[in-house]
Write a protein that binds this ligand. Structure first.
Ligand code: GAL
Length: 381
């Protein structure tokens, strides 16, 4: 038998001090009767989308370090946001004898044949942060509460505008405010959760006239930015300013679902003359607490971001991996939300936190995610 799953790994202390066999998080029951194989003999393939965004570098590093700390061999690959490259890398992991796959897909629908091969070889597949769609062969999903990310982004926009206070209570501002909406890449399932979560908060205020989307581009297809590209977001913001704000009106806020997009949007706004006392920079949201954006928040340029602790996500992926490799099943905390078009994938969702300038230290520095030096320089050291 090629499979050599063992319990040995299941009780290994992880880098963050968590003991998987204690049953916390996604760690499920060990596999009764599974043939024991030492972790050292097991290979985990980790497929990440791109290194152009620092969050995925942090994710890859965390997953690799924590798997290695648990004793496994790791094959970590980045696909440069190129779908054929990712397919080829996953194919190769399978032929090289991976015992389990952890995949953050570029295009959530593009890996069906690889996953079919994985299922044929009895290799469990964990979908990492982004749901792999249209395949029966996704065994588990570790992610954050993506709808809540969107809700938090919309609330952060309202807080920045003064419509709400940070504690959720009614603020003093009443509007109307001009806003524009951005969404992520339409091949990423998360983009829909973020946008729908945000619109669940914003739509009633658009309907009652408190918020005005002057461009009238309120659909996700219009707001979407393919592959989450910063330059594409900058161009779209430039186009919006030209088409809808060349009559002396100003945009007061921009819903942005990811820090990379936010930086493109802010560049477009600054190039158009925003960012002076007479013409203040609009409220721009974000996601991922990327270090360049955290500095922009400290400098009061970007208004907010949503912090998703990639160390904890990696930890849950490793806990779930250990459950599978021990012959058991990981524990899900959501078994209803993530329908991938073929099945509802059992999921483990982590909570998120909103970061403004005044809680950078308590949320990001005190937790050791970024050092005070990194925040001051805007660079990952
Ligand atoms: C999403 C992810 C976000 C952000 C974005 C761009 O799938 O959930 O946190 O990283 O991709 O990379």
């Amino acid at each position: 038998m090629r499979r050599k799953l063992g319990l040995a790994a299941a009780c290994t202390a992880l880098a963050l001090g968590l003991v998987a066999c204690a049953g916390s998080g996604a760690g499920g029951g060990g596999g009764a009767g599974s043939s024991a194989a030492p972790a050292q003999e097991l290979l985990v393939g980790v497929s990440m989308p791109t290194q152009t965004s620092e969050r995925w570098i942090a994710d890859g590093d965390s997953v690799r370090e924590q798997l290695q700390a648990a004793g496994y061999q790791v094959d970590l690959q980045y696909a440069g946001d190129d779908i054929p490259t990712q397919s080829q890398q996953v194919d190769q992991m399978i032929t090289q004898g991976a015992d389990l796959l952890i995949i953050a897909a570029i295009d959530g629908t593009a890996l069906s044949s690889q996953l079919q091969a994985a299922a044929g070889a009895n290799i469990p597949v964990i979908s990492y942060d982004r749901l792999i769609r249209d395949s029966q062969n996704v065994d588990f999903y570790v992610t954050f509460d993506n709808f809540q990310v969107g809700v938090a982004q919309a609330n952060a926009l309202l807080t920045g505008l003064g419509i709400k206070n940070a504690d959720g209570s009614q603020g003093s501002a009443t509007g109307p405010f001009n806003i524009e909406l951005f969404a992520g890449s339409l091949d990423d399932n998360n983009a829909f959760f973020f946008f729908n979560g945000a619109m669940s908060v914003l739509q009633p205020l658009i309907d009652n006239g408190t918020l005005v989307v002057k461009s009238k581009q309120t659909g996700i297809e219009q707001a979407a930015i393919l592959r989450w590209q910063q330059e594409t977001a900058q161009r779209r913001m430039e186009d919006l300013l030209t088409s809808s704000y060349n009559d002396g009106t100003r945009v007061a806020g921009v819903l942005s679902p990811y820090d990379g997009l936010s930086r493109g949007i802010l560049t477009a706004l600054q190039n158009a003359g925003y960012g002076t006392p007479q013409n203040p920079i609009p409220v721009v949201t974000g996601q991922d607490a990327e270090i360049a954006s955290v500095k922009l928040i400290a400098d009061r340029v970007q208004s907010s971001t949503i912090f998703k602790d990639t160390r904890l996500l990696a930890e849950q992926a490793v806990v779930a991996a250990q459950a599978f490799l021990g012959g058991g099943q990981p524990n899900a905390n959501d078994t209803t939300t993530y329908d991938n078009g073929v099945k509802v994938v059992p999921s483990y969702l982590l909570p998120v936190e909103t970061v403004f300038a005044d809680n950078i230290n308590s949320v990001l520095v005190d937790s050791g995610y970024w050092t005070a030096d990194e925040v001051a320089s805007g660079q990952n050291k």
